[in-house]
Design a binder for this molecule. Structure first.
Ligand SMILES: [Zn+2]
Length: 338
């Protein structure tokens, strides 16, 4: 079923090659039987989108065909496939961009984020949110209540990454957490650690604008890792910087945990003394699983805030500016589609 206002042609930002992002007219694909069609309202820009634009790749994924980028987005359902309840038309949603094969071994084991054949909106293989209309599996369109804004709906994705990291760090009541990097993921990890009852949340960040943001959220800020405390229960590493990755291990107590979220070099220098003699364990974070309902509940209950992280809102037509005129004080940019 389709709302009569849905057009056949729309606009979308298409990446053709590194540095070549164009606003083009694209067909609107009608939803398959198990899909809904989302009219996108807000799209968050992530480091991944910068890598795709500048390098034509995101870690191991290389752009070979024209691709609509954007994986942090929300909007409103305007059409449903024939297996989906038409009552969902009009519903505001946040889109989970990860589409696993539910028959895969990893999905059957409950960790669908590890399915090697997963599709992901805005990565090679599936067009993303920087277009007016996105068809998506109905289960990936999570309803959001009216108290959650469009930009918050777009930020459920990066909050989910942070939540996966906080879960892996086993942040506990009264625990001590060290977070390196106060970009969006680090700032959300700080908020979630505080909400989880951590006794101390320390954030390492050299940039004054980001230091201010971290302090305003209730974290204790240190300009460099050397000045941060040692003996913390867990380190949540959000920079991907080689020396931070290495030295961070020495700030964790025996038996503590190190969680790598930041994507940096493919090879890292990991010190063996903490790993072997002190049994500090290292955990990677590959996206998320089953986080959307939890994050939406946190947002609805105002346990986590997004507004102070939004440093710019750009109209859809001007989106290219985000890639060609970088803002050194940027935390999170939201592109709005009116
Ligand atoms: Zn992202």
């Amino acid at each position: 079923m389709t709302d009569p206002v849905v057009p056949d042609i729309q606009r979308g930002w298409v990446l053709h090659a590194p540095g070549d992002l164009r606003l083009e007219e694209l067909p609107v694909r009608r939803p398959d039987p198990d899909e809904v069609l989302v009219r996108v309202s807000a799209v968050g820009v992530c480091g991944t989108d910068k890598h795709l634009f500048h390098e034509g790749r995101d870690s191991s994924k290389v752009v070979t065909d024209p691709l609509v980028i954007g994986h942090e987005f929300g909007g409103r359902i305007v059409a449903v496939g024939k297996n989906i309840d038409p009552a969902r038309i009009g519903q505001r949603v946040s889109v989970e961009p990860l589409m696993p094969n539910w028959g895969s071994r990893e999905a059957r084991m409950g960790r669908y984020n590890l399915d090697p054949d997963q599709l992901f909106c805005g990565n090679p293989g599936y067009d993303g949110g920087l277009q007016e209309y996105v068809p998506i599996t109905a289960d990936n369109a999570h309803p959001v209540p009216d108290g959650v804004s469009d930009s918050s709906a777009a930020m459920v994705e990066p909050i989910s990454v942070a939540l996966s990291g906080v879960d892996k760090a086993e942040v506990s009541l009264g625990g001590r957490v060290l977070i390196t990097g106060a970009g969006p993921i680090g700032l959300f990890a700080a908020q979630l650690s505080i909400a989880s009852g951590a006794g101390e949340v320390h954030v390492v960040e050299p940039r004054p604008s980001r230091q201010k943001a971290a302090a305003a959220l209730g974290a204790t800020v240190h300009p460099s890792l050397e000045e941060a405390p040692s003996d913390v229960d867990s380190l949540i590493e959000c920079t991907g910087v080689a020396v931070v990755r290495h030295d961070g291990f020495f700030h964790v107590r025996p038996g503590g945990r190190v969680v790598f979220i930041g994507v940096g070099d493919q090879d890292a220098n990991v010190p063996m003394l903490p790993v072997i003699e002190r049994e500090v364990t290292l955990h990677g974070v590959m996206r998320y699983h089953f986080t959307w309902p939890r994050v939406i509940a946190m947002l609805a209950a105002h346990r986590i805030q997004t507004d102070s992280l939004v440093t710019a809102e750009i109209p859809f037509e001007d989106a290219l500016r985000e890639w060609t005129q970088p803002d050194p004080d940027e935390i999170k940019t939201i592109i709005r589609i009116e």
